[in-house]
Design a protein. Structure first.
Length: 363
């Protein structure tokens, strides 16, 4: 059997065609939980439960819909060459990547997909990390109930030089500190803290939660034990972003947890501009929620994000093609982002500015 070509050496059609076969295979493992729809917009997830999101799917659908109300502007008269001058690379937390794209953290993969063929979270994370790294990007690792869900993926991250970000949920201060030390020992480049998990019902038993909100001062004290940059995931307001600065965070993830915690919240893209205006350049801003295409990534960058975290499509890509599927999906998004840059006169990410997009009145 001939060795597979690296996805970054393939053209867009080749990547898309091979990825199509991956999606078909994913259906075998994921139905009826996920139908692997051509358009992953959460609209048909209600009947089967879907991957994440609340029962009514309101916020999950809104995340996708609001991105469709932002449009790119053409600009193809500019100094260029053969196309090789398009540079989508970014440096984050001391490391340079081919594009501002990362895979989200997923734990208890069997809860997303009862028919999964992965034996545990370590093996699933291995596919995510190997695939994203092959395409020149990186991923996050998960944390949820059960020690193995954090420790296995973190071990996987350590084996790959710590190039990634572990997400620690909002447990007691003592447990967070313990996991910070574990992350440091793994040599990670930064540490994530999942503050919006306090609304996740599966982390509560008989109405008693296992995760707790923290004040800015409490967060500052907890993370004072580490020199690693820390990122607060679950910020949805300018006020929340300012509190993140008070806590000493290096970055934030604008996120409503993929629509998992509240049914009628705003889409993450709706609050991006306000948050960027409020914090200026004091924080690295990552955003998630409904991103499915490289042009969606472009839209977020134009409105003030530094990078984009992508969720559900990575589960599908991993189930259908393991690391190869993840590599192909990442390369597809990179190609789409670079093509959008080429068609709008942007040779680097810094050229992607607010005037490059138009927002519909319905937004």
């Amino acid at each position: 059997m001939s060795e597979l070509r690296p996805a970054k050496e393939m053209n867009y059609r080749e990547v898309r065609d091979e990825l199509g076969a991956v999606m078909e295979k994913a259906r075998k493992y994921m139905q009826p939980k996920c139908h692997v729809c051509k358009v992953c917009n959460s609209a048909t997830c209600g009947a089967s439960g879907g991957i994440g999101g609340t029962e009514r799917r309101g916020t999950a659908e809104r995340n996708y819909e609001k991105l469709q109300q932002i449009h790119l502007t053409y600009d193809t008269i500019y100094e260029g060459g053969d196309g090789s001058e398009i540079d989508s690379s970014i440096t984050l937390f001391g490391h340079t990547f081919r594009a501002p794209i990362m895979a989200g953290p997923f734990g208890h993969v069997a809860s997303f997909n009862p028919s999964t063929h992965f034996v545990d979270d370590y093996e699933f994370t291995k596919a995510l990390l190997d695939g994203t790294m092959a395409a020149g990007c990186f991923g996050w690792t998960p944390d949820t109930v059960g020690d193995d869900v954090f420790e296995g993926p973190l071990r996987c991250l350590k084996e790959r030089g710590g190039i990634g970000i572990p997400a620690i949920k909002s447990w007691s201060a003592e447990e967070i500190r313990m996991k910070i030390r574990m992350a440091e020992n793994a040599g990670v480049m930064a540490i994530g803290h999942d503050i919006d998990c306090v609304g996740l019902t599966y982390l509560s038993v008989n109405g008693k939660t296992k995760t707790y909100p923290k004040s800015a001062q409490q967060l500052k004290e907890i993370f004072s034990i580490t020199d690693k940059p820390f990122i607060l995931k679950g910020i949805m307001t300018a006020a929340g972003a300012k509190k993140a600065i008070e806590a000493g965070a290096s970055g934030i993830v604008i996120s409503n947890h993929g629509g998992n915690t509240m049914d009628q919240s705003l889409a993450s893209i709706e609050v991006l501009q306000e948050i960027r205006e409020a914090v200026g350049n004091k924080l690295t801003i990552i955003i998630d929620g409904g991103f499915r295409h490289g042009e969606d990534v472009y839209k977020a960058l134009a409105l003030g994000a530094d990078a984009v975290l992508i969720g559900r499509p990575y589960i599908i890509a991993a189930e259908g093609g393991e690391a190869r599927g993840v590599e192909l999906y990442t390369q597809k998004i990179i190609w789409e982002l670079q093509n959008a840059m080429r068609m709008t006169g942007c040779r680097t990410l810094k050229d992607i500015t607010r005037d490059k997009v138009v927002i519909s009145k319905e937004f």
